[in-house]
Write a protein that binds this ligand. Structure first.
Ligand SMILES: [Fe+2]
Length: 568
């Protein structure tokens, strides 16, 4: 038996426990600590020893070896934690991964894709923090292409590595470019900040972008394929800033604007950076295909969560097999690290596609009601309990209620896929405003939906593809659909959709089916079970706490066919 624990630190810390090649759990630290974007995978390590009493390998995935956070404790922190919390003495091998962050993104995507070989395209904020003799400054991995094959080959085809220093551009080894030009994800983050959001919430900009329009007065983000250094002031690793002083059109005093009000230039900037980065990614995918000969493409790294761009790759490359990794952010590198080590140890030859991203720990359903009772007492919340069928819950949703659903193992990555979801009727005209207000999100942010896979082609254009089970693509709806399900169709007539089959999620499929019988619509409005700014709920306790502090009244527990009502 081989027990691998892999942890990723950074702004999306996570822990993966893998026994004999099988992921027992993958859990983002914020789900346990309840601190959004928690960067230290320590509670995850504690969780490991609820399942095993020793480990054989510890993988520690960093972006940098001695950053400010670790100066006082060194990398030995994680080894030390393991020794302190396990109840017995054992030897284990530690593998520090700090200079190949992009390889770990590639490993996560490649091993999950099910491809036997692939070209991996990685686009990331800052990647590994690297040093080069030629320049006394830190370098950051921006974009990479690898040719990947089993058991553990990630051959470097292209890398763009950038720094703050004025070094111009030069090729340090074949395919590896050192430059002063910003990476595409950093530029996206710069515009995110320009529009008033923290850099880490770049996903919000994707929602704002379709409110903008082409504006020829906005400077080019790319020149000859490289980021415009005149427009971007590097403040890496954390962010980058827009040089508003150089371009008068960009000057705007955010303090003069009310919260939630965006200027036309801000919206046009959002539009421009979305389009420019999509096009740059399309160039990189083309390069990956041409230089490796691969028709299988894996997209991963922070920009891989850009579901609007992901759909553009489908449209641009009808003949390529494109897999966009659902856990593209840094949390996924603990999966990459675990699978990379496992495949290195086993020298395995054959791919195994990930069945799902329901990676959280399995909880005991027979304890659910006791946990509800305890949590309700703790939060001094009254509740009612009733037996229900899927038809009853579908009727509640059809009557305009917001209903949360809690079941099974939680979803890895940022998307709720029916195990920790807030559900609503997609046909309600102002549903987007209602749920944005209840969830305390910005007014412009769109919502996703889940649809029975066998009906998806009646409603959406999947650009020739079959399914999108992990909600990784914002796809165009067919003409007229925007009037039938207005609360989930964005202003550009797209929706980030999840296709659902009985095999993937039986309880969820049955509920959507029951809703279809009532409404004729095989679709549910689906958003993550949390309030704005909170991590996705992980436990029953988190769920009851969320109900107790919001206007949401219902929680459906389909495994035991119970409904909890917290009257507000
Ligand atoms: Fe990353």
């Amino acid at each position: 038996m081989s027990i691998i624990v892999s942890c990723a630190r950074g702004h999306n810390a996570s822990t993966t426990l893998m026994v004999d090649g099988e992921i027992i759990f993958y859990l983002e630290e914020e789900r346990l600590s309840r601190a959004k974007y928690d960067g230290s995978p320590l509670m995850g390590l504690l969780k490991v020893f609820e399942y095993v009493d020793h480990i054989d390998h510890l993988v520690v995935c960093h972006t940098h070896r001695h950053g400010p956070v670790l100066d006082w404790c060194g990398d030995d922190l994680y080894q030390g934690m393991i020794r302190k919390i396990s109840k017995k003495k054992f030897e284990f091998e530690t593998h520090f991964i700090d200079t190949i962050h992009h390889e770990m993104h590639a490993a996560c995507g490649f091993y999950n894709s099910g491809f036997e070989s692939a070209a991996c395209v990685i686009a990331d904020g800052a990647g590994s923090f690297l040093q080069y003799e030629q320049v006394q400054d830190t370098f950051y991995e921006f974009e990479s292409i690898f040719k990947a094959s089993y058991p553990n080959v990630f051959e470097k085809v292209y890398k763009h590595i950038g720094t703050k220093s004025s070094i111009g551009l030069f090729e340090s080894e074949p395919g590896v470019w050192l430059s002063e030009y910003p990476g595409l994800t950093k530029m996206y983050e710069a515009v995110t900040q320009y529009c008033g959001f923290p850099a880490i919430e770049a996903g919000k900009l994707m929602g704002l972008a379709p409110y903008g329009k082409p504006n020829e007065d906005i400077p080019e983000f790319f020149r000859d394929g490289w980021g415009n250094r005149d427009l971007i002031i590097p403040t890496y690793p954390n962010a980058a800033a827009i040089n508003v002083n150089r371009y008068p059109i960009l000057r705007n005093d955010a303090s003069e604007h009310e919260e939630g009000v965006y200027t036309d230039v801000q919206k046009d900037m959002a539009y421009a950076i979305q389009e420019a980065t999509e096009n740059r990614m399309i160039e990189l995918i083309r390069k990956a295909h041409e230089e490796t000969g691969e028709t299988n493409i894996v997209v991963c790294g922070g920009y891989g969560l850009n579901c609007v761009a992901n759909y553009k790759y489908w449209q641009a490359f009808p003949d390529l097999n494109i897999y966009c990794e659902p856990i593209s952010h840094d949390g996924g590198t603990s999966i990459g690290g675990a699978k990379y080590l496992w495949n290195s140890l086993m020298e395995s030859e054959s791919p195994s596609k990930q069945a799902s991203v329901y990676y959280g720990p399995q909880y005991d359903v027979t304890n659910y009601l006791d946990e509800v009772k305890e949590s309700a007492e703790e939060y001094q919340t009254e509740y009612e309990l009733s037996d229900v069928s899927d038809d009853d819950v579908a009727q509640l949703i059809r009557d305009g209620n917001i209903v949360t659903m809690f079941q099974g193992r939680s979803e890895g990555g940022p998307r709720a896929l029916g195990n920790r979801s807030i559900l609503f009727d997609p046909t309600i005209k102002d549903g987007k405003d209602i749920v944005n207000s209840v969830k305390r999100r910005e007014w412009f942010r769109p919502f996703a939906c889940s649809i029975k896979k066998d009906k998806v082609n009646d409603w959406f254009d999947l650009a020739g593809r079959e399914e999108t089970p992990h909600m990784m693509y914002a796809v165009k709806c067919h003409a007229g659909v925007e009037e039938k399900i207005p609360s989930v169709i964005h202003v550009d007539n797209t929706c980030r959709i999840q296709t659902v089959t009985k095999e993937q999620n039986d309880n969820y499929y049955n509920l959507i089916d029951a809703f279809e019988k009532l409404s004729g619509v095989p679709i549910l409005f689906n958003t993550s079970f949390n309030l704005g700014g909170d991590p996705l709920v992980e436990t029953i306790d988190d769920a009851i706490k969320t109900l107790s502090k919001s206007d949401i009244e219902y929680m459906y527990l389909p495994e035991i066919k119970k409904l909890i009502k917290v009257p507000n």
